[in-house]
Design a protein around this ligand. Structure first.
Ligand code: NDP
Ligand code: GDR
Length: 373
């Protein structure tokens, strides 16, 4: 039975990848952080009681900032494949916590690679690094491929640039099977609540059910190439099954604006919006509404405003990937479109909002976490 070790298993991608590898028959080990409250919601459904004999899903306490801990876990598990998905993954937060972001995202990757080498696993353990389209930052050419030069625009992207190159370096220096997946934005109902797509689907679903008054956004002109996390974790595994390690861009090759994503989300909720004003004065107002879906809204309601606090010190205005190599070499193509993904996310967030609204109606309301980014 093959063994995989996943850092970041409690995150969006880690949870989908764990499901995928369990289905493939792997024994799956994951590193979770100690937290003061439960942080395993995304993997609770695949949790197996460790007291049973044949549990194939195992969690270890650990942290990418802790070398001895990583070395111990690697020496105990001796995995065939390591997927390094753990990261401080929020671009805006990285401007506020740049040193921590570098420690986890850049040095953390080095710690893992060096532990693999130190334990003499460099010829047997395959390594996947979660690289990112943020490396392109201030883009030099469109669409972006494996050959497009990098120009990172945030502490997050700069840290990930180190991780990218140290992965290449361990491949070249020690003959390790180590590769980078340069993944463009990918989302799902499990996406963290402060990334833009989930902020929109969750926020507008709450507004539709009368749980929140208005959505406050940053740069809605921003253009992204959005795919579905399920399609992208399949590709992470495929990259480690090749004869030789190579780096791949993973993208859909189609790009939309944040404003378009807001429009799709509203439509899924039976709401038509009109955008008026420019810059920080721009707003989105309801022009028509299906009240069976959005009972708390009426024409004339303003559901989105701009709040400059969500602007970034340096923005990545546009990203569009060229997945031709992934298609040619691996036969990979994404199966889920951005619009289908948006519909799935809205359905999931609307279900949760309806539950909250029902509780509120009966005087049992639970506090709803407030968005900060
Ligand atoms: P998430 O933010 O959902 O998950 C990040 C994971 O890393 C969580 O499990 C988190 O733990 C864990 N983590 C954070 N800090 C540490 C630490 N110090 N030590 C160990 N683990 C830590 O990210 P995604 O699943 O969306 O992304 C997975 C990876 O892919 C990340 O590296 C991200 O940077 C990269 N990426 C993501 C893209 C995307 O669009 N989703 C695109 C390109 C790259 P906890 O649950 O406790 O917070
Ligand atoms: P990104 O994703 O920075 O591309 O990084 P995010 O969803 O945070 O932002 C996408 C774009 O939307 C704009 N935006 C807002 N973003 C957030 N979070 N909140 C807002 O209110 C808002 N308003 C507008 C942003 O400015 C940006 O242009 C994600 C992460 O998953 C990274 O880990 C990963 O490497 C990259 O995708 C590829």
């Amino acid at each position: 039975m093959k063994k995989a070790l996943i850092t970041g298993i409690t995150g969006q991608d880690g949870s989908y990848l764990a499901e995928f590898l369990l289905e493939k028959g792997y024994e799956v080990h994951g590193i979770k952080r100690r937290a003061s409250s439960f942080n395993t919601q995304r993997v609770d459904h695949i949790y197996e009681d460790p007291h049973t004999d044949h549990a194939r899903f195992k969690l270890h306490y650990g942290d990418l900032t802790d070398t001895s801990n990583l070395t111990r876990i690697l020496s105990e598990v001796r995995p065939d494949e390591v997927y390094n998905l753990g990261a401080q993954s929020h671009v805006a937060v990285s401007f506020e916590a740049p040193e921590y972001t570098a420690d986890v995202d850049a040095t953390g990757t080095l710690r893992l690679l060096e532990a693999i080498r130190f334990l003499g696993l460099e010829k047997t353990t395959r390594f996947y690094q979660a690289s990112t389209s943020e490396l392109y930052g201030k883009v030099r050419e469109t669409p972006q491929s494996e050959d497009t030069p990098f120009h990172p625009r945030s502490p997050y992207a700069v840290a990930k640039m180190y991780a990218y190159w140290i992965t290449v370096n361990y491949r070249e220096a020690y003959g390790m099977y180590a590769c980078n997946g340069i993944l463009f934005n990918h989302e799902s109902p499990r996406r963290g609540e402060t990334f833009v797509t989930r902020k929109i689907t969750r926020g507008l679903a709450n507004i539709a059910m009368g749980l929140e008054p208005c959505l406050y956004m940053g740069n809605i002109d921003s253009l992204r190439d959005w795919g579905h996390a399920k399609d992208y974790v399949r590709m992470q595994w495929m990259m480690l099954q090749q004869e030789a390690p190579e780096d791949f861009v993973i993208a859909t090759g189609v790009q939309y604006s944040v404003r378009e994503f807001i429009t799709w989300t509203a439509r899924e909720l039976g709401v038509e919006l009109e955008f008026t004003g420019t810059g920080t004065e721009e707003t989105a107002t309801v022009t028509s509404v299906d009240t069976t879906l959005a009972p708390s809204l009426k024409p004339g309601d303003v559901v989105m405003r701009i709040d400059p606090r969500y602007f970034r010190p340096a923005e990545v205005e546009t990203l569009l990937g060229d997945p031709a190599k992934a298609k040619r070499v691996l036969g990979w193509t994404p199966e889920i479109t951005a619009q289908e993904m948006c519909a799935e996310m809205v359905a999931s967030d609307l279900q949760t909002a309806r539950r909250h609204a029902l509780l509120k109606e009966h005087g049992l309301s639970l506090p709803i976490s407030v968005e900060e980014r």
